[in-house]
Ligand binder design. Structure first.
Ligand code: SME
Length: 157
């Protein structure tokens, strides 16, 4: 879809996610479907995917769409590590200005990372990159948080 993300488009995406999650057999299928839906819907997303926490606090890549990405991210490092450690959404308008940003794709200019949390436990982080600077606005934050909440609620194993 062309143009900036709108709340209306996210409302449709969230509806589609709800439908997809009905009868979804587990988190891998759910994350893979979410990544495909988001990547195909928004032209300003260059990479969409999930990182999953390991016992030592590092993150391992999960289902994603886009160019090949880093497989492991060290504990607490980068935008994903910061979102995982704080369990808060991170919006980074200029990745070059973010200390410790991990550049899996040198073309990335901005990034948003939304944690998936259930009962205080970090399940995963949803990471979206863009080749455009300052690509993520309020609609993206709210919309991606709604997607993350739905995924967290349906997490079965
Ligand atoms: N840029 C991320 C690493 C993951 S890639 O964007 C897919 C970070 O700094 O955590």
């Amino acid at each position: 879809m062309e143009g900036p993300a709108s709340a209306g488009t996210y409302a449709l995406v969230t509806e589609q996610m709800t439908a997809l999650l009905e009868g979804c057999p587990g988190p891998i299928a759910a994350m893979a479907s979410a990544a495909a839906l988001l990547k195909d819907t928004f032209d300003h997303f260059s990479w969409v995917g999930f990182y999953l926490p390991e016992e030592d606090g590092s993150l391992t890549v999960g289902p994603y769409q886009g160019p090949l990405a880093c497989i492991r991210l060290p504990a607490g490092k980068g935008v994903c590590g910061a979102a995982a450690a704080s369990a808060r959404t991170m919006v980074v308008p200029d990745v070059h200005a973010f200390p410790g940003h991990i550049a899996c794709d040198a073309r990335s200019r901005s990034e948003i990372v939304v944690p998936l949390v259930m009962d205080g436990r970090l399940l995963a982080v949803l990471d979206v990159d863009s080749h455009l600077p300052d690509a993520f606005g309020d609609a993206d934050r709210k919309g991606l948080e709604a997607v993350a909440t739905r995924l967290s609620r349906s997490w079965t194993r």
